[in-house]
Write a protein that binds this ligand. Structure first.
Ligand SMILES: Nc1ncnc2c1ncn2[C@@H]1O[C@H](COP(=O)(O)OP(=O)(O)OP(=O)(O)O)[C@@H](O)[C@H]1O
Length: 397
């Protein structure tokens, strides 16, 4: 298990990570998400003892990484796949790592087989494609057969087959009871790979919960409604639903997406308007939409075009798209419980984002593991990173 308590990292005036507390448990893949510059790599480097925290602690298996006996056999990591001596062959690169940690040479050939690089094992890695480099980095992480694995953007540069391979590898490692902590920007991929998510924004914890709970809390549900294909029925229903307080959007296939009204109310409104329904189904947004919603205020770098357009997150999810591309009915407004008048609103999880979508019925209270920091960290400074000047990085070398 990885455990961070009050983890903080400052680089001069810049606060990269602030008061971060979380646990990464064995037996599941835990996704680590956050916008660019939110502190994911810094957190991973602190877990691995490569950066020293300014405050707080982080342990792996109960001990700080630097005090872990025979650490490469306990913890494996892929942080930067390019951090390889390009003049060496893949096999020699892994052999040198194995020798440093007392790992037998036969394990090198094993992991080359696992990552599918056996045919190019004797080729110099400087000729490797991005995807091959990622595979070599993953091989290095697996070398010590560790119980704890950290992967920073492991699918970077991989083709669809490689992405599928990484997904199955991560799940397989977790199924063996290992702790697997993986950062990624690919939401759809995370939805398929991770069961649990830790989301940070500007160095602070924003969410620590299962993928399903994350989607349920951070995206508004909606209903898909379809009328018979007869003149004016759709328009008539649209007007009646809007009158009843619903937000109605046309779907490309002729159906309507309705937010803000429970399913029974939609049915009653349609009945009163004398419109027959051919479809009335509950839907939930995708992980990507939920993520955009949660992190929209915590993004450091955004196109000026997005700012001019008042960008508020991604486009609505494709009709009926759940996290795995399927339908995900959620408890709430669309599952038959009427919304009581004056019902308490859920407490927003997100310290940055404004509420989005229609009001939802009262949600379960936020878990203790997802606190909103009481005080904001120092103002974000422009990215002026310079690893050459960073003493912690010098220590690590
Ligand atoms: N050595 C350093 N010196 C100064 N600032 C740094 C250093 N390392 C990181 N930072 C800053 O800390 C913040 C967090 O950076 P970090 O690389 O951890 O984010 P990230 O979430 O991994 O980003 P990305 O998704 O873009 O890789 C950034 O604003 C970055 O500029």
């Amino acid at each position: 298990m990885i455990e961070a308590v009050g983890l903080t990292k400052r680089y001069g005036a810049k606060t990269a990570v602030y008061n971060l507390s979380f646990q990464v448990r064995p037996g599941t893949v835990t996704g680590f998400l956050g916008p660019n510059g939110s502190g994911k790599s810094t957190t991973m480097r602190m877990i691995l003892g490569l950066d020293r925290p300014t405050g707080g602690t982080v342990t792996v298996g109960g001990q700080p990484f630097r005090q872990t006996p025979n650490a490469p056999r306990q913890v494996g990591a892929l942080l930067d796949a390019k951090a390889v001596h390009g003049g060496r062959s893949a096999r020699n690169h892994l052999l040198s790592l194995a020798q440093l940690s007392g790992i037998p040479a036969r394990r090198v050939d094993e992991v080359l087989g696992v990552v599918g690089l056996h045919d190019v094992a004797r080729k110099r890695s400087k000729g490797f494609s991005l995807g091959m480099g990622q595979r070599l980095g993953i091989a290095a992480a697996l070398l010590g057969d560790p119980q704890v694995l950290l992967f920073d953007e492991p699918v970077n540069g991989l083709d669809p087959e490689g992405i599928l391979w990484v997904r199955n590898l991560m799940k397989g490692l977790a199924a063996e009871g290992r702790t697997v902590f993986v950062s990624s920007h690919l939401m759809s991929e995370m939805a398929l790979t991770a069961e649990h998510l830790i989301v940070i924004g500007r160095g602070q914890l924003m969410a620590d919960m299962s993928v399903n709970e994350f989607i349920a809390r951070n995206s508004a549900g909606f209903a898909r409604v379809r009328t018979p294909d007869e003149p004016n029925l759709r328009e008539k229903l649209t007007a009646a639903l809007a009158e009843a307080g619903g937000q109605v959007l046309p779907e490309p296939d002729g159906a309507l997406r309705v937010a803000g009204l429970p399913l029974p109310r939609i049915s009653d409104v349609a009945h009163a308007a004398d419109v027959r329904l051919w479809e009335l189904s509950p839907h939930q947004a995708s992980l990507e939409e939920a993520y955009m919603q949660l992190t929209q205020g915590a993004v450091d770098y955004r196109s000026t075009a997005d700012q001019r357009a008042g960008w508020q997150g991604g486009p609505p999810a494709a009709a009926g798209q759940g996290p795995q591309g399927g339908f995900v009915p959620q408890p709430g407004a669309y599952q038959g419980q009427p919304v009581p008048a004056g019902a308490p609103q859920p407490q927003p999880q997100n310290p940055y984002a404004a509420p989005y979508g229609p009001p939802q019925p009262a949600a379960a209270p936020a878990p203790a593991s997802a606190p909103v920091p009481a005080s904001a960290p120092e103002a974000t400074q422009p990215d002026n990173r310079d690893h050459r000047d960073d003493r912690d990085n010098e220590d690590a070398r």
